[in-house]
Design a protein around this ligand. Structure first.
Ligand SMILES: [Fe+2]
Length: 376
């Protein structure tokens, strides 16, 4: 998000109503809530205009929507408090939202996680409705939110499907290959840190999102064709090495965390035959970093089904049943505990001494339950 950044300091009311903007009525996306902490939040929305252009040598005219992204940073909020905000000033319900700031001490909370919501929007919609009913504190997405991150129409659909959820529940995604490192991702989402890989805490639970896709650089003009592969390889290696160092540092810094959840797009253990070797290569790169630091759960997406594996005390869960066409499970691994080809999302119930993960299918049935003990 780069466009409009304003800070509003609030008085300490309980359940205050905040007028965050007086804008014209052309709010086209949102409002939605992002980057909530125990004392701040960001209200986002986008306004729309159209840019017409004519295709050369034809009489065709096209019109492409142009979005201007807006955000308002709300600071000095009270922890664990519900706030109502209102943009537009027309008193319309679609211009209003509510959110709850994170607790600043150890308290039970719930979060939802799903992935690969990029197609079959009816499936995605059903998950969204069910998640709204359960009212988690926030939602994680393991990536591939849209089919083509470079196509604005795909984001329009995504925000339309998630509209009633995102106006009240903050969304923390990981970058998938289908996001294509698009500027739209960075324009629409307001996330901690560099927005590619980041962490945040709720009570004594630590959440870490990683980017397993890497940056899509512009090819420098001076580069000869035969040197391109070598050039990209070096850039990618440097990027991932830096990210791994950041991860090591973040995990060391939070060694006293009660729960550590890591999430990213491509899994380190795959039960899809054609992807087993790719997963092994990724696992080789990250090594035993998760096990060594006592990470309890690593969530990923990309393989469109549910897969639960265990290795060295760490749960590896693939949750990619958000809408994309399902994949067969044709290569169970020695670490596999359970694998189900089904649409689903996961509700996590973080309590004082345990976290319960409930896997919910498209009909609302519980298809798996995992209990995770607190660290140490
Ligand atoms: Fe993917």
């Amino acid at each position: 998000m780069k466009y409009l950044k304003l800070t509003l300091t609030l008085l300490n009311f309980i359940f205050p109503l905040m007028m965050v903007a007086q804008s014209s009525s052309d709010v086209a996306i949102g409002p939605y809530i992002q980057n909530v902490t125990d004392n701040s939040a960001v209200v986002c929305w986008a306004t729309k205009s159209h840019q017409s252009f004519t295709i050369e040598n034809t009489n065709q005219k096209r019109s492409l929507p142009q979005y201007e992204n807006h955000e308002m940073i709300l600071s000095n909020l009270k922890p664990n408090t519900q706030y109502t905000y209102h943009i537009g000033g027309h008193g319309l319900s679609e211009e209003m939202g509510q959110f709850t700031t994170f607790p600043d001490e150890i308290e039970p909370f719930q979060f939802a996680i799903l992935g690969d919501t990029r197609s079959r929007h009816d499936v995605h919609s059903k998950h969204v409705d069910r998640i709204i009913q359960k009212n988690p504190l926030f939602v994680l997405n393991t990536g591939d939110m849209v089919g083509n991150g470079l196509n604005i129409h795909h984001w329009e659909t995504f925000f339309d499907v998630t509209k009633n959820l995102m106006r009240s529940i903050p969304y923390f995604p990981a970058l998938g290959n289908h996001e294509k490192d698009s500027k739209y991702y960075f324009d629409f989402f307001n996330l901690p840190g560099n927005e590619r890989y980041y962490s945040f805490s709720v009570g004594d639970a630590l959440f870490i999102s990683l980017d397993l896709e890497g940056i899509e650089y512009q090819t420098p003009e001076y580069l000869k064709k035969e040197n391109r592969e070598f050039f990209w390889e070096n850039h990618e290696i440097a990027y991932f090495k830096k990210q791994k160092e950041w991860l090591e540092h973040t995990l060391t810094l939070h060694d006293d965390a009660g729960f550590i959840f890591v999430y990213f797009h491509k899994p380190l253990i795959s039960v899809k035959k054609s992807r087993v070797n790719g997963a092994k290569m990724r696992r080789k790169f990250w090594g035993n970093i998760f096990e060594r630091h006592g990470v309890q759960v690593v969530f990923s997406g990309h393989d469109h089904h549910y897969h639960h594996a265990m290795s060295g005390g760490t749960h590896y869960i693939t949750t990619a049943g958000g809408g994309a066409k399902l994949y067969d499970i044709d290569a169970r691994q020695p670490e596999t505990v359970k694998a189900i080809k089904t649409e689903h999302f996961i509700m996590a119930d973080v309590r004082k001494k345990t976290t319960i993960l409930n896997v919910i299918d498209i009909n609302g049935n519980k298809i798996d339950t995992i209990t995770i003990d607190k660290r140490k």
